[in-house]
Design a protein around this ligand. Structure first.
Ligand code: ARG
Length: 286
């Protein structure tokens, strides 16, 4: 049991290791200005951070209803580095970008992949995590690659990069794409046999499979999935807040906090493992 668990943690760590490569690659922004530890004008401002807290281990709600996870810890640490105050507000994925645009949220953290389309309507911080899509199927499934999903019923979370990938494979209007409000709902439907597969971010799928052994799932990876990177989002043009977030992210990378958090959630040290040059990292920072 323990062995299986730690092996899975190890797999998860390996699968996510690329997340730290970009950390190594983006350390160039040495803060020139002293961090505004007590900027008088903004000291009382509390920034509202929207997050769809149904995406463990990045963001979820614990038994007490508190929002917890890797993303939460990263933003909290980065905010404190940058001398800003934040509070987290559970915000359903389907309305999350609107909430930002309308000013109901100042920042979004939600394992959000930086995409060219999204960059049209919001601004992203420097990337803080590498990810890729991963397929979840039942252990007895014959699915061996993404293309095998062409004519199968596939569950995705609406409007995610998983949705985009499957839409590309099957056609946007394919009746075999089953869109769900949340990724856990899609995975539950897979468990009950209503669909044949789920496509979602690797970290979330691996975490779910490891923590729900009774569901009898396995994962199938495919090299054809494009590399993805997560960023924090702010309203388009909010350069001041974005600069603070980037300063905070750079700070927690530099002082080892990011590495500690990575270790806490993914069971391995970001710094201890060979950091490979990640071409994706530079591609993501435009
Ligand atoms: N990374 C994917 C995307 O940006 C999925 C993110 C979903 N996040 C969440 N908290 N539900 O589309």
């Amino acid at each position: 049991m323990t062995n299986t668990f730690s092996r899975r943690r190890h797999l998860l760590a390996v699968a996510l290791l690329s997340g730290l490569a970009l950390i190594a690659c983006s350390k160039k922004e040495a803060p020139t200005a002293a961090p505004a530890a007590s900027a008088p004008a903004t000291a009382s401002r509390v920034y509202a951070v929207g997050t769809d807290a149904a995406y463990a281990p990045f963001e979820s709600q614990n038994e007490k209803g508190e929002i917890v996870g890797f993303d939460i810890d990263v933003v909290r640490a980065a905010a404190s580095k940058a001398g800003i105050e934040v509070k987290f507000v559970n915000t359903p994925w389907e309305g999350i970008f609107n909430a930002l645009n309308q000013g109901d949220r100042d920042i979004l953290v939600s394992a959000i992949t930086i995409t060219d389309a999204r960059k049209q309507t919001m601004d992203f911080s420097s990337p803080y995590f590498d990810a890729v899509q991963l397929i979840a199927v039942k252990t007895d499934s014959k699915v061996a690659k993404f293309d095998d999903l062409k004519t199968l019923k596939v569950g995705v979370q609406t409007g995610t990069t998983g949705d985009e990938a499957v839409s590309k494979l099957q056609g946007k209007n394919s009746p075999n794409i089953k869109r769900f409000e949340s990724t856990p709902l899609a995975l539950k439907e897979l468990e009950s046999g209503g669909i044949d597969a789920v496509v979602a971010d690797n970290g979330v799928v691996i975490n779910y499979v490891a923590n729900n052994v009774g569901s009898k799932f396995k994962t199938v990876s495919d090299n054809s999935f494009a590399p993805e990177q997560y960023g924090l989002a702010v309203k388009k043009g909010n350069t001041e807040l974005l600069a603070k977030l980037n300063q905070g992210l750079a700070g927690i990378k530099a002082d080892g906090t990011y590495d500690t958090l990575f270790k806490k959630y993914f069971g391995t040290s970001a710094g201890a493992v060979g950091v490979k040059a990640a071409p994706a990292a530079s591609a993501g920072i435009k």
